[in-house]
Design a protein around this ligand. Structure first.
Ligand SMILES: NC(=O)c1ccc[n+]([C@@H]2O[C@H](COP(=O)([O-])OP(=O)(O)OC[C@H]3O[C@@H](n4cnc5c(N)ncnc54)[C@H](OP(=O)(O)O)[C@@H]3O)[C@@H](O)[C@H]2O)c1
Length: 198
């Protein structure tokens, strides 16, 4: 199983930190090319593999950690995802006033899914502030929870296994248009950080 993080900003770095902690290899790509990811790899160790965007987009599981509005550009080169899993960590935000973007009532992940033909989309890693996501998720008698929603239960299960490998306790919210709405930006689960006690 190969993993990739698209984006090396606040969320991409937070997740890269967790992959490195558990020595799980992960490709990391951004818009500027692998050289710009090298300092992060030097800081976090050999699990972090700076690559070109095209290589990252070919991983078995691809995590989108780019601005919502940048997803179309980031994934434009992939015309068929062939059933691969894409984890949508984005939030659709109006940055002028930090309000939820107007999406005509559609879940933000449905709009992302339209950009990913043939992908199995999982919404996750989007509710925690980057600093919380970057902190150690396990230890001290518990595991930080992460919410997962997907229209594909098997993909949600695959994500849950990854989340557990990284030290999180996943909570399955069900379908994107049901539980997933609770976790999208502006929903009641936004920003809440829960710990599951061991
Ligand atoms: N920050 C938070 O606390 C937080 C919490 C939950 C969810 N989120 C969501 O997570 C996503 C990422 O947020 P962030 O705070 O990490 O943003 P960020 O710090 O601005 O980082 C964005 C990353 O996306 C990359 N990128 C932008 N356009 C790209 C493209 N076309 N192709 C490839 N890479 C591209 C950028 O590349 P370069 O490095 O080359 O510029 C950068 O590495 C957003 O959707 C945000 O709403 C953020």
């Amino acid at each position: 199983m190969t993993y990739a993080i698209i984006g090396s900003g606040a969320i991409g770095t937070a997740l890269a930190r967790q992959f490195a902690r558990k020595a799980v290899p992960v490709f990391v790509a951004n818009s500027r090319g692998p050289a710009s990811v090298v300092p992060l790899a030097e800081e976090l160790g050999p699990s972090i593999q700076p690559v070109d965007l095209a290589i990252a987009l070919a991983a078995d599981i691809v995590i989108l950690a780019v601005p919502f509005a940048a997803v179309a550009d980031a994934v434009a080169s992939v015309t068929n995802w062939s059933g691969r899993i894409v984890i949508d960590a984005t939030n659709a935000i109006n940055f002028a006033d930090f309000s939820p973007a107007e999406l005509g009532g559609r879940p933000s992940s449905d709009i992302i899914a339209d950009l990913l033909p043939g992908a199995r989309l999982v919404k996750a890693f989007n509710t925690l502030p980057a600093a919380v996501l970057a902190s150690v998720p396990d230890g001290e008698g518990g595991h930080r929870t992460v919410f997962v929603s997907s229209n594909d239960p098997e993909a949600a299960g695959t994500f849950a296994a990854l989340a557990e490998k990284l030290g999180y306790a996943p909570i399955n919210l069900g379908r994107i248009d049901e539980g997933g709405r609770l976790a999208q930006f502006g929903g009641p689960l936004t920003v809440h950080s829960l710990m599951k006690e061991d």
